[in-house]
Ligand binder design. Structure first.
Ligand code: PEP
Length: 256
């Protein structure tokens, strides 16, 4: 496993769930359960902003990383309600999910905006996880590749070539998020291979090292077959990351 250029990565996106106390208890319970796998797998949870400090407290000295679910584009300024990348770094956050389909849908996040947010995160010292993925209508219309090309190329456009490998891309078909409809292992591998090839248009070395995750109804009983794809470097997990036992089982599956 040590010769592999990419460490598996399991990331739990909690969305708008868990109080501070629930966050603390979860991380305190998760950390010892995944400690043995930490040599092989990177593990992160993404709590709501108000629970980041609780997660960071509980994660201190463990292998569990703490990420935010979004961030503002500017480093500071007159942007009421926003939290900036330098602010997240200041509290000890490791990374940030950017362009989740729920934010694209509910908050109007565009590829143009993400083109600015991804390098802003990197510059501040955060690991960006750029989410991409087609809707069911786009897939049915044969538009998946066109959509992914646009999202990946624009999202990474302002990232310096030598820093491409520091970004993580999560392919999350919108029709599979929170629906229980998981992509087949073949569909996941095909899309992730395509995403990697798009990065390869910029940099062959970057494409070999960038981590590409699958997201969309990943559960303990379907993880192994999805993770078996050669381009699948891990998963971004929503629902199944809310229970310690399920998320620990997913981390164990990624370690195999
Ligand atoms: C997500 O929200 O990123 C996600 C993949 O959710 P779920 O695992 O619940 O489909």
């Amino acid at each position: 496993m040590s010769e592999h250029p990419r460490r598996p990565y399991m990331v739990g996106n909690w969305k708008m769930h868990k109080t501070r106390a629930e966050t603390r208890d979860f991380v305190a319970e998760l950390a010892p359960r995944v400690a043995d796998h930490a040599a092989y797998v990177d593990v992160a949870v993404c709590p709501a902003f108000v629970s980041l400090a609780a997660a960071l407290d509980a994660a201190r000295g463990t292998a569990v990383r703490v990420h935010a679910q979004t961030m503002g584009r500017a480093p500071q300024g007159a942007h009421t309600g926003e939290v900036s990348a330098p602010m997240l770094v200041d509290v000890g956050v490791h990374g940030v999910v950017l362009g989740h389909s729920e934010r694209r849908r509910d908050d109007g996040e565009t590829d143009r905006l993400l083109a600015e947010k991804v390098p802003a995160a990197l510059e501040a010292g955060l690991e960006p996880i750029l989410c991409v993925g087609e809707t069911e209508e786009e897939r049915d219309a044969g538009e998946m590749e066109r959509r992914l090309r646009h999202q990946v190329q624009e999202g990474l456009e302002l990232v310096p070539t030598e820093r491409l490998a520091e970004v993580v891309v999560a392919y999350e078909p919108v029709w599979a998020i929170g629906t229980g409809r998981v992509a087949t292992p073949e569909q996941a591998q095909e899309a992730l291979g395509f995403v990697r090839a798009l990065v390869g248009d910029r940099s062959r070395a970057g494409a070999e090292r960038i981590r590409v995750l699958y997201g969309g109804s990943v559960k303990p009983d379907n993880a192994a077959e999805i993770l078996a794809g050669p381009d699948v470097d891990g998963a971004l997990v929503g629902g199944a990351s809310l229970e310690v036992a399920d998320f620990a089982a997913l981390v164990a599956a990624a370690a195999r």
